[in-house]
Design a protein around this ligand. Sequence first.
Ligand code: HEC
Length: 103
Amino acid sequence: MSTMMKILCLLAFFLVFAAMSGNNGGVSDAAATTADGEAVFKSVCTRCHTSSRICGNLGRDASWWERTATRMRSNGAPLEAKDIADVAAFLSAQAPGSSPVCK
Ligand code: HEC
């Protein structure tokens, strides 16, 4: 194989690899958001009230949870903008009655 061919093969390999890892990156970013949201839920959302208040609202969409978490911040919850997006992603993905929110 000529040097030029070797370089082209390497280049093609890296392009395919970069495209694949780019896609995987997108998927794992979404998963990390939900995992981060669960951590926020566990560390912040049960400080002032029990999770039964949250359990009773499972099934609502992400925008309802974003509005609610933003109101919790006005109530005094220590939440960054990213925490609000993460916890909304996590809570909107939980089926009504499911653990860990409803035990
Ligand atoms: C600083 C204390 C505090 C923290 C931390 C807190 N909450 Fe609350 N939460 C309240 C208070 C006070 C109320 C009742 C007044 C209200 O609804 O704003 C409430 C009510 C609620 C309700 C009932 C709302 C309704 O309309 O039925 C939900 C759901 C809720 N909180 C979810 C959360 C979530 C999710 C988090 C974490 C992101 C959280 N809370 C963190 C103080 C807090």
